[in-house]
Design a protein around this ligand. Structure first.
Ligand code: IDP
Ligand code: MG
Length: 160
């Protein structure tokens, strides 16, 4: 009989993950990237960028009514960020779990925020909160030509 393989194109997702300026300054880029690599997710895009105020206001448009909005945009523009796109089954939801709760005071130990930061206004990393916002954010931060499509050599050891 012919071996039946699930169509992975349907369950494969992409998420936008960023190391914020404090994460870059504190030398945590490698540790954050390492966690996603070790998990088995596939890095398909990465760049360092000093984002403009306008770009960050668009990125956080949903939060524009919040009292912390101006401070948030200033914080995010206070230095370069490392912007990434990671791919894998369930990577949007699992990526959020790996980052931990928005407020590091509530983030479990073992999560990135739980292990490496203290305050909500300096929580070192960003991750898309849904497949829909991931698409928007990837579009905002990357050109199509900056995203790589390739087969990972470990694919058949990560997915059955
Ligand atoms: P998320 O980053 O976990 O998705 P959001 O609610 O989307 O959390 O908020 C975006 C970012 O805004 C947070 O990661 C954090 O940097 C900042 N932020 C959220 N709430 C507060 C707050 O109460 N004070 C200061 N900054 C905040
Ligand atoms: Mg959010």
């Amino acid at each position: 009989s012919v071996e039946q393989k699930p169509d992975q194109s349907t369950s494969m997702e992409r998420t936008f993950i960023a190391v914020k300026p404090d994460g870059v300054q504190r030398g945590l880029v490698g540790k954050i990237v390492a966690r996603f690599e070790a998990k088995g997710f596939k890095l398909v895009a990465m760049k360092m960028i000093s984002a403009s105020k306008q770009h960050l206001e668009e990125h956080y448009a949903d939060l524009s009514s919040k009292g912390f909005f101006a401070g948030l945009v200033k914080y995010m523009g206070s230095g370069p960020v490392v912007a990434m796109v990671w791919e894998g089954e369930g990577v949007v939801k699992t990526g959020r779990v790996m980052l931990g709760a928005t407020n590091p005071a509530d983030s479990q130990p073992g999560t990135i925020r739980g292990d490496f930061c203290i305050q909500v206004g300096r929580n070192i990393c960003h991750g898309s909160d849904s497949v829909e916002s991931a698409k928007k954010e990837i579009n905002l931060w990357f050109k199509e030509s900056e995203i790589s499509s390739y087969k990972s050599c470990s694919e058949s050891w990560l997915y059955e």
